[in-house]
Design a protein around this ligand. Structure first.
Ligand SMILES: [Zn+2]
Length: 158
């Protein structure tokens, strides 16, 4: 967690994913996999060599995993997650793709008046148009359960 709190107001992508066995690369003591290892080449508890190993573990894919597996580039930015990773919240990472804003910027002011704001729907539609390719690629990923364009506040740290 970073030190600066941000509030994003705008269109975002809500991606629901399922937990599946994934390959993780870990460093383990060759004598006892339960031994805690440090950066050293040998285990401080039993002296055995510490070796890299690939283990299968259940886990939710992150946005980077999905982008990687779909070779779709990093046009989206993961801002947060809900339900321990079962839901990925992502925003535009390129800004003004087709000349349209997808979020409401306060321009440094502390207040943004949205009393008469009529843009949420238009921003969602512009977002869906600009990211049509990414959305359809994500929908085709076997670990993705649903993809939806939403509009709202995202509270995050960086
Ligand atoms: Zn050991």
């Amino acid at each position: 967690m970073g030190r600066d709190r941000h509030l994003h107001l705008g269109a975002y992508l809500r991606i629901t994913v399922q937990s599946v066995p994934r390959t993780h690369r870990v460093r383990q003591c060759a004598g006892d996999s339960e031994h805690r290892v440090t950066g050293a080449p040998f285990c401080s508890q039993c002296g055995s060599a510490v070796k890299p190993r690939e283990i299968e573990k259940d886990g939710f894919p992150t946005l980077l995993d999905l982008e990687d597996e779909l070779a779709m580039g990093e046009t989206l930015q993961e801002l947060g997650e809900e339900l321990d990773g079962a839901v990925i919240v992502a925003i535009n990472n390129m800004r003004h793709v087709d000349g349209t804003d997808y979020d409401i910027d306060n321009g440094g002011d502390c207040v943004v008046d949205i009393t008469n704001h009529d843009r949420p729907q238009a921003m969602c539609e512009a977002f869906a148009r600009a990211f049509e390719k990414e959305i359809s690629a994500l929908e085709g990923h076997p670990d993705v359960l649903s993809v939806a364009v939403r509009f709202g506040f995202i509270d995050y740290w960086s």
